[in-house]
Design a protein around this ligand. Sequence first.
Ligand code: FES
Ligand SMILES: [Fe+2]
Length: 330
Amino acid sequence: MNRDELFKFYPESWYPLCLSSELKKGQSKLIKAFDNTLLVFRSKTNKVGAIKRFCPHMGTDLNRAKIIEDGPLCPFHFRQFNNHGKCTTIFGSDEIPTNAHTISLSIKEEVGIIFGYLGSKVKFDFPIFSRLEDQNLYTSSSVANYELKTPYQALLFNGFDTHHLDCIHSRTISEDVIIDSNNSFHLSADYAMKVLPNSLYDKFIRLINTKENVVRLDCYGGNFLSITLKDTRDNILITSLPIDQNNSRIFLTSISNPEKRLHKKLFQKLRLELTTFLGIEFLKPDIEIIEGMQPKYRGLYAKHDSSVIKFWQYWDKLPRDKEFQNSLFN
Ligand code: FES
Ligand SMILES: [Fe+2]
């Protein structure tokens, strides 16, 4: 794939399409994503789907469709679709031709976010959160989310940019960064950084938590970053959706094993909200600086930027399903 194609086609991954709370039963929503639009809906029976916006029959905009039991009912000739994009009923006919079906993303709804897999076949399972004993049992904070005028990778490779931690976050790296990978969709970084008491925020962090953060980052599909800090009990998730080449929407939340006792539950809820709040506060200088950023590779300098170089090498090699993206949007 040449450089233009690398940017034109997005890596296969689980992308956050919207918040769960943005879609009630029987509702649909157009999502601006991947330089295009997608129709996302929640059927009356609570099945979430993300499909091509236009009806495969004659191209009616399915944003006009009523959402019924299993999914949208095209308003033109009343074809019905389910959350897998399958045409289930053709008005006045018993037969359903193969070209009646539409294209859909595989969906996972977790931690208050609806995720869609951009590819015809799921090639990697929804990432696990390392702190959870059971991936189906967790409690999480509310989801902070922002639209940013910046490419979707900018906040993700930021975590791998240990050089900037010194410059804008008052953190000094105290151990060498260890970069590793379990498979072609995954990249991890382990490092430790000293928290310098330069701001009120940092003094607070030193007071409630630690003078040195031991950090592990696990990135999946180039847009899904799970952050684990030693000495804390939560996983922090930062994940982003490319709206187009220059705009993105980021989502941040904190996840933990659920407490059983009521008073512990309440305390945990507060702790998770605080973790998310502190995560956003930590990112604020980044958010300001990366607005309008146009990430470049050529200026990178191995001595300072080795982890960022590894991130970009990993991102370049992430599989892209060109055929799927072409049929979803053309
Ligand atoms: S255009 Fe949708 S059913 Fe005909
Ligand atoms: Fe940063």
